[in-house]
Ligand binder design. Structure first.
Ligand SMILES: [Zn+2]
Length: 345
């Protein structure tokens, strides 16, 4: 069984001097090809998301706002720095649609697992609010596609982007069919988006199905590995997902200009492997990585490569950058608190 890849570089959705620009994944396919990691993967032709597909996760007003700013020549979509160009509506629909194309391939047995190499990213896009360089929520659209078309009942979304996945949390906050776990840097009023405390647990039927792991700076490889084995593993084993989706952000790398979470490329390789093993154990191997952030192009490219090694079952790790020079922070206390909070013994 093979690994499915969809690729939407969205070259015309770009802004000079902006961290989320077309340079991020413009060269990723030739780079991956050079390493030989793509030998056994199947590259799928993406299809743009339809309006009814987008309506599964977004308010009509949000979809219309992006369309309107796009057709009137582009501009800012929020009070921050989330931009649209004259091509953004179509390209964002393509990014969301491509992610659904990949999920279709996995759920029809055409592929075992996959990677959606797409932009613009999606995990900050809430049901009715655009923010954080995100237009449509790609990973949420893929989850709803899995449920609506393929009858999947339980989906785990694991978000290891350094920023809290507030958009994904918002969309599934009342929902017990999608467990959302986000590990992110949490420094209220200092670090975007400021949400994601461990008291945010979900609402109504969804209570307990939102799990936030708020981190201090410089957690590093050991801490991230422990989050997977000591928290994500037991929660996932209880929940028994049929599909795992990963909001894969590579901005937790210690060299990323937007953050300071302290992961190395070796650390990314390790957590990617742990997630693939978890999918093999619980979900018949069905796991889809969906690209979110990552703003240092070398760390991003090698981070993606190491995740591909994990998805394709190859025993390689490439880390030309090396470990964080600072000491890693011990997260034993935080893990202890979270385990008590989520009744893991
Ligand atoms: Zn991010």
């Amino acid at each position: 069984m093979t690994t499915a890849v969809v690729y939407v570089p969205a070259l015309d959705h770009t802004k000079s001097g902006h961290p989320e620009n077309q340079g991020r994944i413009k060269q990723i396919l030739p780079f991956l090809e050079q390493t030989g990691v793509l030998a056994d993967v199947c590259l799928l032709e993406p299809e743009a998301a339809t309006i009814p597909q987008l309506r599964r996760v977004h308010a009509p007003t949000l979809i219309e706002r992006i369309r309107e700013v796009t057709v009137t020549g582009g501009g800012l979509l929020d009070h921050g720095d989330t931009y649209a160009t004259p091509q953004s509506f179509d390209l964002a629909r393509l990014a969301a649609g491509a992610t659904m194309t990949a999920v279709d391939a996995i759920l029809t047995g055409q592929a075992k697992n996959g990677f959606a190499l797409v932009r613009p990213p999606g995990h900050h896009a809430e049901y009715g609010r655009i923010s954080g360089f995100c237009l449509f929520n790609n990973v949420a659209a893929a989850a709803r596609q899995a449920q609506a078309v393929h009858g999947v009942k339980r989906i785990l979304i694991l978000d290891f982007d350094v920023h809290h996945g507030n958009g994904t949390q918002d969309i599934f906050y009342d929902d017990d069919s999608v467990m959302f776990i986000s590990a992110h840097l949490f420094l209220p009023r200092m670090f975007y988006p400021g949400t994601g405390s461990f008291e945010e647990l979900g609402n109504g039927f969804g209570h307990g199905y939102t799990v936030n792991v708020p981190l201090m700076p410089n957690v590093g490889d050991d801490g991230y590995g422990r989050i997977l084995t000591e928290l994500v593993y037991p929660l996932a084993r209880q929940f028994k997902p049929e599909l795992i989706l990963v909001s894969a952000g590579y901005d937790a790398h210690w060299q990323d200009p937007l953050a300071m979470a302290g992961l190395s490329l070796r650390g990314y390789a390790h957590i990617s492997r742990l997630l693939v093993e978890l999918a093999n154990e619980l979900a018949n191997g069905r796991i889809l990585f969906v690209l979110e952030g990552g703003y240092q192009v070398q760390a991003l490219s090698y981070g993606i490569l190491n995740s591909f090694y994990a998805l394709t079952g190859q025993d390689h790790i490439h880390d030309p950058i090396g470990p964080m020079p600072q000491a890693e922070q011990d997260i034993s206390h935080l893990l202890h608190q979270l385990k008590r909070h989520h009744l893991i013994y």
